[in-house]
Ligand binder design. Structure first.
Ligand SMILES: [Zn+2]
Length: 469
């Protein structure tokens, strides 16, 4: 490592740990003999309370897979790019139309619909003990440019269908059930992922930041929200924060966005851990100059410093020894970006994802501590890490899969979802279904009707169990 460059390169480091895994990872696959039970055999289920019973056995859980597929296809038409791709960006006309579509479906399912100041949409089926924390499910419908029609959408339309399934089966919830459509899971417009759920989870730093952020067209978040009919008479988004105890449980249904379930022929994934995403932005300042005239020993090339850090990321990720730890330098900008000029500045952004077996702090520590030439480090906010154990939710999903005679696999999510932030305020779980070749965020993204129907059934039964608990 050339020493001449490093002492002269000053560095500004902004580190934003978004969050960390919530549940310990378990990689075992369970395939005990499934036991079919009647609805009356739910644990804690009072058969003497007919108002809280299903009218029939598990066979009454029928998913209308045709309607679900039709809705997915219809929702995909609200897009700013031609089919089969989908582009639906926060607060655009297409996003607003899609929101209207969701609210309409919620209404048709008999849910009472409300929205918060940033446009998180809630459809509630009131339970007979509404004072108890509700059980929620949901996902997102925004889509990054030229992506597919299943990411997130399966967890919103599938959740509404799960409610329909329970209603058709004669179920009466004890705890209220809620379907949530989260605002802006994708960071496309304002660079903030899981905006709605992060705010619901009470992120004060985000609440402040929203007053002063702009998209690439210089439209403020506030103006964009207002153009979509939100935040009309307020610029304070703290009203979005959930009250403590609002939810006793949250379950998100989602396509796997990975290839494992399809490859192994397993219809259901019960998620036990979400890999912790984190990102670091690093700026290097060196000394510019004529690329032909300045001799090599006299240079302080910011671009080369950035390149060395990029290689260090790979080295330390591999050295972690964990297959679930990944690191990427996805952005590397040089200034002034001319072939005959020594870069005086370099900006790079490192994205990492880890599981508890090798948590993010260790990885960053390894990356950050090793280069002795770093002169200055400033860590940003959001460095709090939460660890929560949600075996009750996982148990409900496992029981539901077993009782429905569906093989399932305990697995981890390498992508993060709104669930990651819901976990800050509620016990949380996720149900994965297979998707074609693991494709996601591109038009080829696909889940079969059968797989979606299985996912909806497991979701419905898990919601029923949690509602009665
Ligand atoms: Zn998603």
């Amino acid at each position: 490592m050339p020493q001449t460059r490093h002492p002269c390169v000053s560095l500004l480091l902004i580190c934003s740990f978004l969050s960390i895994c919530l549940i310990p990872s378990v990689f075992s696959e369970k395939d005990e003999d499934p036991t079919i039970k009647t609805m009356h055999q739910f644990s804690g289920y009072q058969t003497s309370e007919p108002e809280s019973c299903f009218s029939d056995s598990l066979s009454s859980l029928s998913v209308d897979a045709e309607s679900l597929q039709k809705q997915i296809d219809e929702l995909a038409t609200f897009s700013d790019s031609p089919p089969p791709s989908v582009t639906r960006v926060l607060y655009t006309d297409k996003d607003v139309a899609a929101r209207r579509y969701i609210k309409n479906l919620m209404g048709l399912s008999g849910l009472s619909v409300r929205e918060d100041a940033v446009g998180n949409i809630f459809g509630q089926w009131e339970g007979h003990e509404p004072e108890l924390g509700a059980v929620a499910t949901g996902s997102h419908i925004d889509a990054i440019p030229y992506s597919g029609k299943y990411d997130g959408v399966v967890g919103v339309l599938g959740a509404i269908e799960a409610i329909n399934v329970l209603k058709r089966a004669g179920f009466k919830p004890k705890r209220s059930l809620e379907v949530i459509m989260f605002t802006s899971e994708e960071p496309t417009r304002f660079g903030i992922s899981c905006l709605g759920s992060r705010l619901m989870a009470g992120s004060e730093s985000l609440e402040k930041a929203l007053k002063n952020i702009f998209d690439s067209q210089n439209v403020s978040f506030l103006d964009a929200a207002r153009s979509a009919g939100y935040a009309l008479d307020q610029d304070d988004f703290s009203s979005v924060f959930l009250k403590s105890g609002a939810y006793s449980g949250f379950v998100e249904l989602h396509i796997e966005q990975g290839p494992l379930l399809e490859a192994e022929g397993i219809p259901i994934g019960v998620v036990t851990a979400i890999a912790a995403p984190a990102s670091i932005k690093v700026d290097f300042e060196g000394e510019g100059g004529h690329a032909g005239a300045v001799l090599m020993p006299n240079r302080n090339d910011a671009g080369l410093a950035a390149a060395e850090l990029a290689l260090a990321v790979e080295k330390h990720v591999l050295a972690s020894g964990s297959i679930d730890t990944v690191g990427t330098v996805g952005i590397l900008d040089l200034h002034p970006r001319a072939v005959n000029s020594i870069p005086s500045k370099a900006h790079l952004e490192i994205g990492t994802s880890c599981l508890p077996s090798f948590p993010t702090p260790f990885l960053f520590l390894a990356i950050l501590v090793s280069p002795e030439w770093w002169s200055k480090q400033e860590k940003g906010k959001e460095t709090a890490f939460s660890w929560r154990f949600f075996w009750g939710i996982i148990g409900a999903m496992e029981d539901a899969s077993r009782e429905l005679n569906l093989k399932y696999k305990l697995m981890v999510s390498r992508a993060y979802h709104d669930s990651l932030f819901m976990a800050r305020v509620s016990p949380m779980g996720m149900i994965f279904i297979p998707c074609y070749k693991g494709y996601s965020h591109k038009p080829e993204e696909h889940a079969t009707k059968e797989d979606m129907a299985n996912g909806v059934k497991v979701l419905a039964l898990a919601l029923a169990k949690l509602s009665l608990s």
